[in-house]
Design a protein around this ligand. Structure first.
Ligand code: SF4
Length: 390
């Protein structure tokens, strides 16, 4: 079994962290593969599901006993694809092994998987947020993303979610879809807001290698239009603000107290543990992930070994840079002095200071006391800015 031991011989900043942890649970099953998807997922087979559920009990039993888990996020894949009984088994196994019920527990569900019996189980378990991957309310755009659901399934699923009355709800939208017009993007935002979730996430379509969308791109069937995407970003930000959703991260918008604490914990470079195939962890100055392969992960667990791949030993220099990169994506920005206090051994902190100064000179960021925030122009260039800090 993996030992989440106290590596107190390591000279670093996170070894002594005592603040609560985030827990990410990966459910790697999807009925079909969306054209844009680069996440690790498999088609569900009963035998695999049973082995997965059993193996997750083992993952949970290895979680550290001396740290509180405050937030939980079940992502995938499609966690909602599990039956009510399987959701209950997975949820009970998790609750049995963590110190106390989490204060925030999110589960991702695809519209076609939202059923009343599953929602009832999730409520009993203490899930606090249902996050539904709507992507678009337009049938044609959904088809071009290779999504299985129809708009009418979104409305049916939403009715069920509302009837169950979870404290928080999120709807995911995608923009920058080939042939999508600005008017269609506005219509999707207005439709999502009209349903009244307290959180909306909007993602610009990306063309990841090994996806059907990437193949279409390489065949010249679709093209990337950065200028159009920038307009979609800006109009989205403006419209969501008008509709009462405050942006707190480049892709995330919430009504008061609707922010996702689990994601904030990650972006603020605190610690989290991931359970399940392909799940990533950042814990005790190491970053790693479980194998992105169900069989490999299962055969490890069945031999009582939790395999770690892509292991990176962290240091304060790396954590400070990542704290700046992810921090700048948030509207609250970063307090550089506070980050430097958290990662005091970081080398060349003046390099980061110089880079931030240049961002301000180029009107990509603004400084207020020790705090730096990106301007709207800077937010549009956040990926390029991140590369500069790496
Ligand atoms: S449902 Fe999500 S994880 Fe599954 S294929 Fe589609 S985008 Fe990927």
């Amino acid at each position: 079994m993996e030992a989440y031991e106290d590596m107190s011989t390591h000279m670093n900043s996170q070894v002594k962290e005592t603040r609560p942890l985030g827990l990410y649970v990966h459910v790697p099953f999807c009925a079909s593969t969306c054209d844009f998807c680069a996440f690790y997922q498999e088609k569900p087979r009963r035998g695999d599901l049973d082995r997965y559920l059993k193996a997750m009990e083992f993952e949970f039993s290895a979680l550290p006993k001396d740290r509180v888990i405050e937030t939980v996020f079940w992502g995938g894949g499609t966690p909602g694809l599990l039956s009510a009984k399987d959701l209950e088994q997975l949820g009970c196994a998790q609750l049995e092994k963590i110190n106390k019920p989490p204060i925030e527990w999110t589960i991702e569900m695809a519209p076609s998987t939202v059923k009343a019996d599953k929602l009832a189980v999730l409520q009993d378990l203490g899930v606090t947020r249902i996050s539904m991957g709507v992507q678009s309310f337009n049938a044609q755009l959904l088809a071009s993303l290779g999504r299985l659901h129809q708009p009418k399934q979104i409305y049916k699923a939403w009715e069920r979610i509302q009837a169950a009355s979870f404290p928080h709800t999120n709807l995911d939208l995608i923009f920058g879809i080939p042939n999508q017009t600005l008017g269609q993007w506005e219509a999707d935002i207005r439709e999502a807001a009209s349903l009244g979730p307290d959180h909306i996430s909007t993602y610009c379509l990306t063309f990841e290698e090994d996806t059907a969308m990437y193949l279409k791109l390489s065949q010249g069937k679709v093209r990337i239009d950065d200028e159009r995407d920038a307009k979609f970003y800006e109009r989205g930000w403006e419209l969501l603000a008008e509709l009462g959703y405050a942006q707190y991260e480049i892709s995330n918008f919430a009504k008061p107290k609707g922010e996702c604490r689990h994601n904030l914990n990650t972006w603020q470079m605190h610690e989290w543990l991931g359970c399940g195939p392909s799940a990533a962890s950042q814990y005790r100055m190491q970053r790693y992930q479980r194998p992105s392969n169900l069989d490999q992960w299962l055969s490890g667990v069945e031999k009582k070994a939790l395999l770690r791949e892509e292991l990176v030993d962290l240091n304060d220099t790396l954590l400070l840079a990542d704290g700046v990169i992810f921090g700048l994506r948030m509207n609250a920005g970063i307090d550089l002095v506070e980050l430097q206090q958290r990662f005091p051994m970081a080398q060349e902190p003046q390099r980061i200071q110089g880079q931030l100064k240049r961002l301000c000179e180029g009107e990509l960021a603004i400084k207020n006391k020790n705090r730096y925030c990106l301007t709207q122009k800077g937010q549009l260039l956040a990926d390029a800015i991140a590369v500069e800090f790496m």
